[in-house]
Design a protein around this ligand. Structure first.
Ligand SMILES: [Zn+2]
Length: 231
């Protein structure tokens, strides 16, 4: 097996709606400002963890490529041709040597220089570089309405996006990895743009767009917009 190529995917993600990525994404407790978003502990600046981006692309791809299992766990199998395991990696229990190493690496996405300055100005003006949004939800047990306070990175904020993808020559054939780059990775970015990142997407949070997308320096925004999901 040989490492044939590493493709570099770079770009800029712009938030179209406020985004909330906190430690307690799925289960937000009631009352209080209890879902603070993730920040770099040194600079205190907001960022999008690569694990959040990769996890979301993986989950959407599992749905798209029919790899969702009935227990709702992260997919993992021994099929060397599996789109999910080849691209995103397998669990520790499934070690098919033919699959080789994880192809996709997703870096943390940090603020662009311009957005960094805008958020500093926002904080000078309002005392905070984020917004707090009250959301009304219904308590499923007693049907009482509840108020939750969600911290969001404001719409318009831009992040530098960076991933790498390894093309491996397995059984003297790099064709499958090249095919999966378009079929799984680029399609996954399209799914991400149609869905969103972070908590509360179905309530309007976390919608994004790619305002720049390059593979090895070549513009791929048109390729992304041409990818059709179903239909
Ligand atoms: Zn698999």
């Amino acid at each position: 097996m040989q490492l044939v190529e590493i493709k570099e995917i770079t770009g800029i993600i712009r938030l179209l709606t406020g985004m909330s990525i906190g430690a307690g994404d799925a289960n937000i407790e009631i009352g209080g400002n209890d879902n603070p978003i993730i920040r770099n502990p040194l600079t205190k600046e907001v960022y999008i963890p690569g694990s959040s981006i990769k996890g979301k692309i993986r989950s959407l791809s599992e749905w798209y490529h029919k790899k969702i299992n009935s227990e709702g766990k992260v997919h993992s199998c021994n099929n060397a041709n599996c789109q999910i395991c080849r691209v995103f990696g397998t669990g520790a229990n499934n070690k098919n040597k033919e699959i080789g190493m994880t192809r996709l690496v997703v870096r943390d996405a940090y603020l662009t220089k311009d957005s960094k300055e805008k958020l500093i100005k926002l904080k000078e003006r309002t005392g905070s570089d984020t917004e707090w949004k009250y959301e009304n939800t219904i308590n499923r047990l007693d049907s009482e309405p509840m108020l939750r306070n969600i911290e969001r990175i404001p719409a318009g904020t831009e992040f530098v996006f960076n991933m790498t993808y390894k093309v491996l020559d397995t059984n003297d054939n790099a064709k499958l990895d090249n095919e999966y780059f378009t079929e799984v990775v680029l399609r996954g970015l399209k799914l991400l743009a149609l869905d969103g990142i972070g908590g509360g997407i179905s309530r309007g949070n976390g919608q994004i767009e790619f305002i720049e997308l390059k593979v090895n320096g070549d513009d791929k925004l048109k390729v992304l917009s041409d990818i059709k999901i179903g239909g």
